[in-house]
Design a protein around this ligand. Structure first.
Ligand code: SAM
Length: 240
């Protein structure tokens, strides 16, 4: 359950923090019930609850689950900052799909503005959504989120990825499946524009920096649909 607050000590461990309330009040677990937990190293265990108090859940490890739900492929999504709370849905779904990092990016047509006073609170909310999403899909690694970054900083950040692609609705030459044919891809960056799309100048800058421009077909997808669909296809095609 709780990936941060776990102390594995031989065959026992203790859960602390907010998950204690969730386990006892929401899941209504009690002594003798089984829980599936995951440590920071992406190991999963079946555990039996041996005791619960207000601050701790005490567990005995019954068995290690031999399963790895994490791919070696690192997918980073550079999401053009959308309006309102749309990003909440995007990060929840991208977490389920299996991406490793989500970076909101302020582009020329991003309507949402950065308000320094509110950014810490927003980041906290996004981290919470990711954490809940990771628990729901039983992920061992919690995707990272940072930013929002400026477009310029996103261009610097993406240099660490093996390849980068940008979804552009006006691209009709390069198909996604051809862009993904490169060998030995361990990390990939995906750029998706906000509601209004990318400006041509931004697409030119991405292309100059070596980003492959791909079309996703003749229908125009909403920004949230484009992100989730593109990340899913990339995971399906490249992840082990
Ligand atoms: N304002 C644009 C228009 O009306 O043509 C549409 C932008 S779309 C709502 C938002 C983002 O989703 C785009 O910037 C692009 O990254 C991605 N996208 C949506 N449909 C796409 C498609 N058919 N091919 C490639 N990218 C697409």
């Amino acid at each position: 359950v709780d990936i941060n607050n776990i102390n594995i000590d031989n065959k026992t461990c203790i859960i602390e923090g907010e998950d204690v309330k969730h386990i006892s009040k929401v899941l209504r677990c009690s002594v003798g019930d089984n829980l599936e937990i995951c440590d920071k190293n992406n190991n999963e265990y079946i555990c039996e609850i041996t005791d619960i108090d207000k601050k701790n859940v005490f567990l005995k490890i019954v068995e290690k689950v031999d399963i790895n739900r994490e791919s070696k492929l690192k997918v980073k999504v550079y999401q053009g900052l959308p309006k309102g709370q749309k990003l909440d849905l995007i990060i929840q779904k991208l977490t389920e799909v299996g991406v490793s990092e989500i970076i909101p990016v302020v582009t020329k047509r991003s309507v949402a503005k950065i308000d320094d006073k509110k950014e810490d609170k927003k980041l906290e909310r996004w981290e919470r959504i990711i954490y809940e999403g990771a628990k729901q899909s039983k992920r061992g690694l919690i995707p990272k989120i940072k930013g929002p970054l400026t477009f310029k900083d996103a261009l610097i950040d993406m240099k660490n990825n093996d390849i980068n692609i940008v979804a552009y609705e006006k691209e009709d030459k390069l198909k996604l499946k051809d862009a993904l044919k490169a060998q030995n891809i361990n990390s990939i960056g995906i750029f998706v524009g906000p509601e209004g799309g990318f400006e041509e100048e931004e697409i030119d800058k991405l292309k100059e920096s070596g980003v492959k421009c791909v079309g996703l077909g003749p229908r125009i997808l909403r920004t949230e649909t484009a992100s989730i669909v593109l990340a899913s296809i990339v995971m399906y095609e490249l992840a082990d």
